[in-house]
Ligand binder design. Structure first.
Ligand code: NDP
Length: 487
């Protein structure tokens, strides 16, 4: 048996649990309604380009209807309801999410392309955890440190990306509702389905009509939502480019704004780090969710003396990653979310080679249909290279080296972004020193990409402003005298 390799048999998760409809309307005022002008688009599975459902492309009139429904619910029901009652609805939603976790996980993997192992074990449990956590805050807001009688803002317009569709929904909706706001949420064009299933969960929970409204569409729908005069608060997660447009278009308005944008995080490995553990952390940092993670550890800064050992170990580990069917329980790396994103990853990777970095991928067979990209490492990367500066948002790692802690800090902070960073070392004092020097909203020590509802998350510089999660996340949805970036 020596040297014999066991093969994995396919272990596909069944789709039978899903009751997928062929088409979906907009969720406005507690009901699924037809759009005003009847425009639709199709959402596909990125793993094989199969059309999953037809979804509505909401126009400005639909956005207006949704905002009006949210305003009515805010004035008549939600803001006047005793806080503990609001909390009960959130607990109910959290429990239904747990009950329907498998269905949500299958649908998320199908529409997004992420491995079922991740949607089942990370995304959906966290979604429930965020609802539970903020349900607990609903009747304790006066103890949150924002004054004796904090008030909601009104109607929140929320725009989310495609990388963690349901988790980003939870980050947005749970604190907004706990604070007494009502919401109009727009999911990303390529991943609308779990938000629509969440709309069904709101119905199942008997949430009062209009408290949550879900409008599907593309960038234009998002723009109409941002510009709608009836909106009191905009919460956006997505690209820095669109974030800047939103900042410009809301400047000088009454709208409170929080922006969670891109990143180019440094994952810093010192030579005294437990190397095997660090390699797992590097893999988790950049190949989790195909690297479609705003806080991904996309720049590996490794101490020169440990470079060869880390790269050798990393290559060995990458050779064991299984790329393929997102619904297979053995899959580690799933499909790239869209043809556009795949084109961007390919383009920037080609630039990396042209600029002289050394490209490496493990041998792996990619499916013929769908959008796929093999896990990739670039070594010999310099700070001037585009792959060291721009967000690739894919399974591509750029490796740089350093000699001293000061050099590591300088290189790590040499970016317009500031969302996250990781430090791997045996020395607690070095971790604390580094954490103080790194200009990043989150600094992980001897771990990476860990999330918890009690912990705030957000960026510096071009990674945006405002915090989501934890007690800090409540501030974004309360009238505390702080109007976001205006102070
Ligand atoms: P976008 O910023 O375009 O998308 C984020 C959300 O904003 C989506 O719901 C999108 O709708 C919506 N949107 C698009 N244009 C506007 C607008 N003018 N006004 C209001 N809302 C708008 O990101 P992309 O999907 O285009 O991804 C591009 C790059 O952004 C990625 O390669 C990655 O680098 C980065 N990114 C970062 C994310 C993060 O978490 N920080 C998440 C996603 C992307 P629609 O999807 O329908 O276009």
């Amino acid at each position: 048996m020596a040297g014999k390799k066991f093969l994995y048999a396919p272990a596909p998760e069944s789709r039978a649990i899903l009751d997928l409809k062929s088409s979906y309307g907009l969720f406005i005022g507690g009901e699924f309604v037809d759009p005003t002008d009847g425009r639709t688009f199709k959402t596909v599975s990125p793993a094989n380009e199969e059309v999953l459902a037809e979804v509505t492309d909401a126009g400005a009139a639909d956005v207006d209807r949704a905002v009006q429904a949210a305003r009515k619910a805010y004035d008549k029901t939600w803001s006047t309801m005793p806080a503990r009652e609001r909390g009960k609805y959130l607990y109910r939603i959290a429990r239904i999410i747990q009950e329907r976790a498998r269905e949500l996980a299958v649908l998320e993997s199908l529409d997004n392309g992420k491995p079922i192992r991740e949607s089942r074990d990370v995304d959906i449990p966290l979604v429930a955890a965020y609802f539970f956590y903020y349900a607990g805050w609903a009747d304790k807001l006066q103890h949150a440190g924002f004054g004796p009688n904090p008030q909601p803002l009104g109607v929140a317009g929320q725009i989310i990306p495609w990388n963690f569709p349901l988790l980003m929904l939870a980050w947005k909706i749970a604190p907004a509702l706990a604070c007494g706001n009502t919401v109009v949420l727009k999911p990303a064009e390529t991943t609308p389905l779990t938000a629509l299933l969440f709309a069904e969960i709101c119905q199942q929970a008997d949430l009062p009509p209009g408290v949550v409204n879900i409008i599907t569409g593309a960038g234009e729908t998002g723009r109409a939502l941002v510009e709608h005069p009836g909106i009191d608060k905009i919460a956006f997660t997505g690209s820095t480019e669109v974030g800047k447009m939103i900042a410009r278009s809301t400047a000088g308005s009454k709208k409170k704004v929080t922006l969670e944008l891109g990143g180019k995080a440094a994952n810093i490995v010192f030579d005294d780090a437990p190397i095997d553990q660090a390699i797992e952390g590097i893999v988790n940092g950049i190949f989790f969710n195909q690297g479609h993670v705003c806080c991904a550890g996309s720049r590996l800064l490794v101490q020169e003396s440990a470079h060869d050992a880390v790269i050798a170990g990393l290559k060995r580990r990458l050779g064991t990653l299984r790329v393929g069917d997102p619904l297979d329980k053995n899959t580690d790396v799933g499909a790239i979310n869209s043809a556009e994103q795949l084109a961007r990853i390919k383009e920037l990777s080609a630039v990396g080679e042209e600029e002289g970095a050394e490209r490496w991928s493990p041998p792996c067979e990619l499916p013929d249909r769908g959008f796929w990209f093999a896990p990739t490492i670039f070594t010999g990367v310099s700070q001037a290279h585009r792959i060291a500066r721009e967000e690739i948002f894919g399974p591509v790692l750029s490796v740089l080296t350093f000699r001293t802690p000061a050099e590591a800090v300088e290189k790590a902070n040499n970016t317009p972004y500031g969302l996250s960073a990781g430090v791997w070392t045996d020395k607690g004092s070095l971790i604390l020193w580094m954490a103080n020097q790194l200009r990043a909203g989150v600094v992980w020590a001897n771990t990476f990409n860990r999330f918890d509802p009690t912990s705030p998350f957000g960026g510096y510089k071009e990674s945006g402003f405002g915090r989501e999660g934890g007690r800090h996340g409540l501030e974004a949805y309360l009238a505390t005298g702080n109007r976001g970036r205006d102070v």
